[in-house]
Write a protein that binds this ligand. Structure first.
Ligand code: DGL
Length: 268
């Protein structure tokens, strides 16, 4: 492992590309190696055991690529606990930030919305993190299981997506939240629609920035920041390369990226 080794970035599908976008902006000198398990997405409605076994396979594949750090660009996988992902590997793992301090510094009425997968909301990790800083805050968690299949399925102009956005944001509006965190990395793909339905009075927080900053600080502390001029970006997926390219183009400059389909079995 050295400074030029790639940083692995994982997600169940294309969601983590919203974090990769941030890393491309703030860590342009790093070699970034994205792996999205598009063959088995979504993860958010699956059992802990199943998610853990898929993640073990992704990490084994990244080990074979010689990564120096892994950014878990997936809130659902982060909920497994970073120690369950790291195991005995010598690289560090950075999970999705829960954004508790940012949320509490920006809210005026202390009513905070969290939207995420069923798995993430059930864990109550965000609620616990926010209440640990300020027990007087009110946290409204809304599981949004319809979003990931619609986003992976490129249903951006569908009535189904508008209905789902309306259903989930209505709960938050009724509760009177003045800020909401997108705690599933797929959701920034529909940030504009979420903003429209929530209205100007509700701020939207994307924890990707904080996550990216944590990844950068971690590399610095390990003296592993790449001092090269320009890093490379490779986007790998386990299925549907053309669909992944179209979705990636919504978030990032795909001219800067190399795309590949990979078989996670190859390292076994
Ligand atoms: N993008 C993921 C997250 O941040 C998971 C979506 C899914 O596979 O259900 O939670």
């Amino acid at each position: 492992m050295n400074k030029q080794s790639p940083i692995g970035v994982i997600d169940s599908g294309v969601g983590g590309l919203t974090v990769l976008k941030c890393m491309m902006e703030h860590m342009p000198q790093e070699n970034l190696l994205y792996l999205g398990d598009t063959a088995r997405t979504p993860y958010g409605s699956r059992s802990r055991e199943e998610i853990q076994s898929f993640v073990d396979e992704m990490i084994a594949w990244l080990v074979a690529q010689g990564v120096k750090q892994v950014v878990v660009a997936c809130n659902t996988v982060t909920m497994l606990g970073l120690e369950n992902i790291k195991k005995n590997h010598d690289f560090d793992i950075v999970g999705m930030s829960k954004g508790e301090n940012t949320l509490l510094s920006l809210t005026k009425n202390k009513k905070i919305g969290v939207i995420a997968t069923e798995f993430t909301i059930k864990s109550e990790a965000h609620k616990k993190a926010i209440l640990a800083v300020d027990p007087t805050a009110e946290v409204v968690g809304v599981p949004c299981p319809k979003f990931v299949p619609l986003i992976e399925g490129e249903q951006f102009d569908s009535q189904e997506l508008k209905d789902a956005v309306n259903e989930y944001t209505s709960i938050l509006k009724k509760a009177g939240v003045d800020i909401m965190i997108m705690s599933c990395t797929h959701f920034p793909f529909v940030r504009d629609l979420l903003g429209q339905y929530l209205g100007a009075g509700v701020a939207l927080v994307n924890p990707a920035d904080e996550t990216c900053e944590n990844a950068r600080k971690n590399l610095q502390s390990k003296n592993l920041v790449n001092d090269g001029a320009q890093g490379s970006v490779t986007i790998c997926c386990t299925a549907d390369l053309e669909r992944v390219k179209r979705l990636a183009a919504r978030e990032i400059d795909i001219e800067k990226c190399t795309f590949k389909v990979v078989n996670l079995e190859d390292v076994k």
